[in-house]
Design a protein around this ligand. Structure first.
Ligand SMILES: [Fe+2]
Length: 197
């Protein structure tokens, strides 16, 4: 079965009050994410070795070699998570997650600073992540382009933020740090993150 573009869990105008405008979401979801899905399906159609595999299996099996199949499968995987990592009611950190952040990352302010620095320092395109590592501790990490913690084996994703220019240029122009500050303060769906613990 072909991979499909998932519906957004909110309307394209739902995050405008949180500084992610309707046009950003229309282009990012309807054009960019959709293009990754279409490209991935094209590769699967032509390669019997990919047929019948889950998205996770394709990401993991192509991670070492990289290349176009990995890039598009990775970006499909990343964006499926990204839409869930934002909410019109974002920004509020529930108690269980806050306790875990305090224990493992030295407090909410330190976590936000570290997460923002990871995204701001990712040269070119990529992602910043909050993951639960195999040691049971939270960790902030980053990946380039279409890669992700499933490919690197760094742990289970609680939050992921897209730092490709297409995710912030209409709202924040070239100022990626401001996009990231707004993201951690107002957009991040910490209920989703806590549910992954
Ligand atoms: Fe994106």
């Amino acid at each position: 079965m072909a991979f499909e573009l998932p519906s957004l869990p909110y309307s394209t105008s739902a995050l405008a009050a949180k500084k992610m405008c309707q046009e950003t979401l229309e282009l990012h979801h309807g054009k960019h994410h959709n293009a990754y899905v279409v490209a991935l399906n094209g590769f699967v159609e032509k390669d019997p070795a990919l047929q019948g595999k889950s998205l996770d299996e394709i990401v993991k099996s192509t991670a070492a070699a990289g290349g176009p199949v990995f890039n598009n499968a990775g970006q499909h995987w990343n964006h499926i998570i990204f839409w869930q990592c934002m909410s019109p009611n974002g920004g509020k950190i529930p108690g269980k997650l806050e306790k875990k952040i305090n224990e493992d990352l030295g407090g909410v302010d330190k976590f936000k600073a570290e997460f923002k620095a990871a995204g701001a320092s990712q040269f070119g395109s990529g992602w910043a992540w909050l993951v639960l590592g195999k040691d049971g501790k939270l960790k902030v990490t980053k990946t380039a382009n279409g890669s992700n913690p499933l490919a690197t084996g760094e742990g289970k994703v609680l939050l992921g933020v897209d730092v490709w220019e297409h995710s912030y240029y209409l709202d924040f122009r070239n100022v990626r740090p401001d996009y990231l500050q707004n993201w951690v303060d107002n957009l991040a769906n910490y209920e989703y993150a806590e549910a992954q613990l």
